[in-house]
Design a protein around this ligand. Structure first.
Ligand code: IPD
Ligand code: CA
Ligand code: CA
Length: 276
């Protein structure tokens, strides 16, 4: 697609997302139909499905030859990044949606032959819309985001779930307790797309997680790269956008410092298990 095509797509997706946001907001005044998936805190609601169906139908209507990876089953079965690929999460932060009625987002990332091209993350209740067309700058609503600054770990706010600093099956917890001890403070918002958008907008300086799916991080990675940030797997290796992955994201220097620390810990026998 050429630059003008991406601008058209941006306009369309912005319209779809805003409309979906209105539906999500309205849905919060009626009882939700909630089911558990893999665990008691892994929820899906009627609205996750309704919004995904709506977005996938729109994409298929205007871009029938594009492919879609999405969370709730309306997308395609994909094993290649060839062509244009959409990574869609209709509600990122479903637990927040159900329990807090805020801090959830619609996230859409669009890739062409594996290259991030367009990102859209909409915090519905906060009415903050993070978006970019790669190469044209990243925005929060109409405000252009500044390139990320160098921050030392000691001065950094690190976004990470405390899951990773208590005994768990993916990472030796003391790999991270040292980072938590040294940094300026920690935060956790419970919606990966927003947490990546917060890195891109400088609200937090880095984000660490051991387990995200393509629809969680697809858009966020594009935004972070647009402002000069880096996102890799926890061991510093590149992210494969078709797979579940760990993620360390932040400005270049801080990302380097965190990954170097993790690599050093791994060299000393600490374990770090990637998601299957
Ligand atoms: C979840 C959120 C959460 C992250 C989980 C994701 P969902 O997405 O992004 O912050 O820690 O790994 O599954 O299920 O609410 O779309
Ligand atoms: Ca998600
Ligand atoms: Ca979701």
């Amino acid at each position: 697609m050429n630059h003008d095509d991406w601008l058209v797509l941006e306009k369309q997706v912005t319209g779809w997302i805003k409309e979906a946001g209105v539906r999500l907001k309205k849905s919060l005044s009626a009882p939700l139909n909630i089911r558990t998936k893999s665990a008691h805190n892994d929820l899906v609601t009627n609205m996750d499905k309704a919004i995904e169906k709506y977005l996938v139908e729109k994409i298929k209507e205007f871009y029938p030859d594009h492919k879609i990876i999405s969370e709730e089953g309306f997308g395609d079965k994909i094993d290649s990044t060839a062509g244009v690929l959409w990574l869609v999460d209709p509600i990122d932060g479903t637990l927040n949606f159900v329990m807090q009625k805020r801090f959830f987002a619609i996230s859409i990332g669009v890739y062409e032959n594996g290259q991030g091209k367009a990102a859209f993350i909409y915090d519905v209740m906060g009415d903050e819309f993070f978006h970019c067309i790669a190469g044209s700058g990243a925005y929060r609503n109409e405000e252009k985001l500044a390139p990320l600054k160098d921050v030392r770990l000691e001065d950094a706010l690190i976004d990470l779930s405390m899951t990773w600093v208590k005994p768990n099956k993916r990472v030796d917890q003391d790999v991270l307790t040292d980072i938590v001890r040294r940094c300026s403070g920690t935060r956790a918002y419970g919606a990966a797309s927003l947490e990546l958008a917060y890195v891109a907008s400088g609200l937090v300086d880095a984000y660490f997680t051991m387990r995200l799916s393509p629809w969680d991080y697809g858009a966020g990675l594009i935004l972070i790269r647009e402002v000069g940030g880096i996102a890799t797997r926890a061991d510093g290796s590149p992210i494969d956008i078709l797979r579940r992955t760990s993620i360390v994201a932040g400005g270049e220097a801080l990302h380097h410092e965190i990954v170097a620390h993790i690599q050093d810990q791994m060299a000393h026998g600490k374990f770090l298990r990637e998601p299957l």
